[in-house]
Design a protein around this ligand. Structure first.
Ligand SMILES: NC(=O)c1ccc[n+]([C@@H]2O[C@H](COP(=O)([O-])OP(=O)(O)OC[C@H]3O[C@@H](n4cnc5c(N)ncnc54)[C@H](OP(=O)(O)O)[C@@H]3O)[C@@H](O)[C@H]2O)c1
Length: 344
């Protein structure tokens, strides 16, 4: 089983949830994954004005997992008509900028995928297993409704991979190279003529976004992490799954790195450790509901007697761990049961 979500009692009365941007790449994944979660029910969906009053079944379904039967006749409402107390926002950043603060003013709790407000100090950039305590930042929000953000899809997986190492070792520098799939750009994404048979060593705005978001997620909540991080990104001709190579420079010899992840898994079972030199691979190892962080063979090298470097590869599903699963996990965390994960 690869789908994990924070513990919320399945016996509680289901909460009513609206998914906005429901027709998009992330929105459709949210709808598909929601069928695993009896503690919530999707009562509203919204998208562009032209979709208003048309059923979900009329929308082109590009998600690999099936469209939930129970939702197929649910009509799209307009953005102004959204009334559910909990809103999962899968909107482009410019649309999120208009609506998310408005909904919070009106008393709705908003869980956002968009980048617009991620760096606002009073908005938690939440990965429940890593920085669940940052949720307390919502106390600084003046609105009746509260807002929580999930990070950039690469930053989420990178934060998960880095946090356990940082609790065990003094880190001097982190260097990251990402290989990001085309679904990370939404639909229709990168032009096929640009990406087929190619790798593009640039995604507009992505590298600095990953740096500042990691500084916030791995920091104390009030203060950034403060350890230098350098990032290079690539778009690669892969449909789903963002990979990355991480080099972590330590001020001491590296010890038992795989064990650090195994220990973490005892409370939060989120890491899949691979032994084969040629794994993890997007085609072989990722499932379509995959919340795991896959970690490839780990290498270490001594740099003199008092420093060392850890090198490892990671892979995660950008639409699940990096987006739809993340926003669902943050909703569960907000509901107050969230920083202990269990298998569903
Ligand atoms: N793709 C990823 O891996 C990923 C990961 C993390 C975060 N994110 C973030 O998640 C958000 C959604 O990304 P995506 O990849 O799902 O994008 P997408 O496939 O382009 O979908 C965008 C959605 O927003 C809706 N929308 C666009 N303009 C609108 C408007 N004016 N009013 C109401 N709805 C509007 C679209 O509805 P219509 O179909 O009706 O136009 C569609 O449902 C973005 O902020 C993105 O940065 C994406």
């Amino acid at each position: 089983m690869s789908f994990y979500i924070p513990c919320v009692s399945n016996n509680r009365t289901p909460i009513d949830v609206a998914v906005v941007g429901a027709s998009g790449t992330v929105g459709q994944k949210v709808l598909a994954l929601s069928t695993h979660l009896p503690w919530m029910r999707i009562t509203e969906i919204a998208g562009s004005d032209t979709r208003a009053n048309t059923p979900l079944s009329s929308c082109p379904w590009r998600e690999v997992l099936p469209m939930p039967k129970a939702l197929s006749s649910l009509p799209f409402c307009t953005m102004d008509d959204v009334s559910a107390p909990y809103i999962l926002s899968c909107l482009p950043h410019d649309v999120a900028e208009i609506y998310e603060p408005l909904w919070a003013e009106r008393g709705h709790h908003v869980f956002s995928n968009a980048s617009t407000f991620r760096m606002f100090p009073e908005i938690p950039l939440l990965v429940p297993e890593i920085n669940g305590h940052h949720l307390s930042l919502i106390d600084q929000q003046k609105t009746r409704g509260k807002r929580v953000n999930n990070p950039n899809c690469s930053a989420t997986a990178l934060a998960c991979a880095l946090a356990p190492i940082m609790t065990k070792h003094p880190v001097r520098h982190i260097s990251i190279v990402t290989l990001q799939s085309v679904s990370g750009a939404g639909y229709p994404g990168v032009s096929s003529m640009d990406i087929l048979g190619n790798t593009i060593p640039h995604i507009p705005g992505e590298a600095p976004k990953i740096v500042v978001e990691l500084q916030k997620i791995l920091g104390s909540g009030d203060q950034a992490l403060g350890i230098p991080i350098t990032v290079n990104v690539h778009r690669v001709p892969v449909m789903y799954g963002h990979a990355a190579t991480i080099h972590i420079l330590l001020d001491q010899p590296a010890r038992d790195v795989a064990d650090v992840y195994r220990q973490f898994n005892q409370t939060h079972p989120i890491f899949a450790l691979h032994d084969g030199d040629d794994r993890p691979q997007a085609l072989r190892d990722l499932s379509h509901d995959d919340m795991r962080i896959h970690i490839g063979p780990i290498h270490t090298a001594a740099l003199g007697s008092d420093a060392s470097v850890i090198a490892l590869n990671i892979l995660s599903h950008n639409l699940v761990r990096g987006a739809a699963g993340a926003v669902l996990a943050n909703l569960a965390c907000f509901l107050g049961h969230g920083d202990v994960l269990s298998r569903t």
